[in-house]
Ligand binder design. Structure first.
Ligand SMILES: [Zn+2]
Length: 269
């Protein structure tokens, strides 16, 4: 009887602070947001992996820049599928996706469910899946550990709805976001919620991890609900902080979220 090989998720650091992800089972790998081909090729070679598919969350260069080089590397590679958002402009996408679509990644025996999360870009999507180790989310630049992406193409109303959609996922969901922004995000979150004890404890852990050269990603959704100001627009503390900054910002969740997001845009530690 053969024993099923476990799924693993490998972080591939790229550029200054990106995480590209490889989802691996056995000798097969799926790349998530390969913004640069070289570190992906190095990781594939180091782990003796075959690239079976590419999964994209949005059209920004640091998420798609390696796709063409990866696909043109060998004749076999030219046949691998490139999954991506229907409403973002990405020429390399071979399977266009939107809310409710399901991606069957047969090579690694994983099914991913697509969530529309517009705001950072107009067509940004996220991928949710169930693994033996619990639920996982690949959310690109929408949700970060203790933060969220900038709103480049959407509205605050859209971005808040997108974050609400992610916040409704199981609290055990492991969040594979695309950047190591955590310490700067915590610095801002502490300005919003100086009395949040969960946030204070998280800062201690995150500082230790970074000092040891470790990643702070993934975090889990339950942890984000307790510490991420952008998921806490309905909490009394975040509403009060928004109101102190912008008169009227505690009126509703969108007004609070807008005030907090604009505050972060201007925030210098
Ligand atoms: Zn982006």
């Amino acid at each position: 009887m053969s024993v099923a090989e476990a799924l693993s998720i490998i972080a591939v650091p790229a550029f200054a602070d990106n995480y590209l992800w490889l989802i691996v089972r056995g000798r097969m790998a799926v790349a998530v947001d390969p913004g640069d081909a070289a570190p992906i090729e190095a990781a594939l070679a180091a782990h003796q992996l075959t690239l079976a598919a590419i999964v994209l969350t949005h059209h920004h260069r640091d998420h798609i820049g390696g796709v063409n080089a990866l696909r043109s590397a060998t004749p076999e590679r030219q046949r691998i599928p490139v999954y991506g958002p229907r409403h973002d402009p990405i020429a390399a996408v071979t399977v266009a996706l939107g809310q409710g679509d399901r991606v069957q990644l047969d090579a690694i025996e994983l099914e991913l469910e697509v969530l529309d999360v517009p705001g950072h870009t107009a067509g940004h999507i996220a991928y949710f899946g169930q693994t033996a180790d619990g639920p996982v989310l690949f959310c690109g630049d929408t949700l970060f550990a203790t933060g969220c992406g900038r709103i480049f193409e959407g509205t605050p109303t859209q971005m808040l709805a997108s974050l609400d959609r992610l916040a409704a996922l199981p609290p055990t969901t492991a969040i594979y976001c695309a950047h190591e922004y955590t310490l700067a995000n915590i610095h801002f979150a502490r300005a919003v919620e100086p009395d949040n004890l969960d946030l204070q404890a998280w800062e201690t852990i995150a500082v230790q991890r970074r000092a040891a050269g470790q990643s702070t990603v993934p975090t889990r959704m339950g942890h984000e609900l307790r510490t991420n100001p952008f998921l806490r627009s309905r909490s009394a503390a975040v509403r009060a902080a928004a109101e102190r900054r912008v008169s009227g910002a505690s009126a509703d969740a969108v007004a609070t979220f807008t005030a907090i997001r604009e505050w972060k845009n201007d925030f210098r530690a």
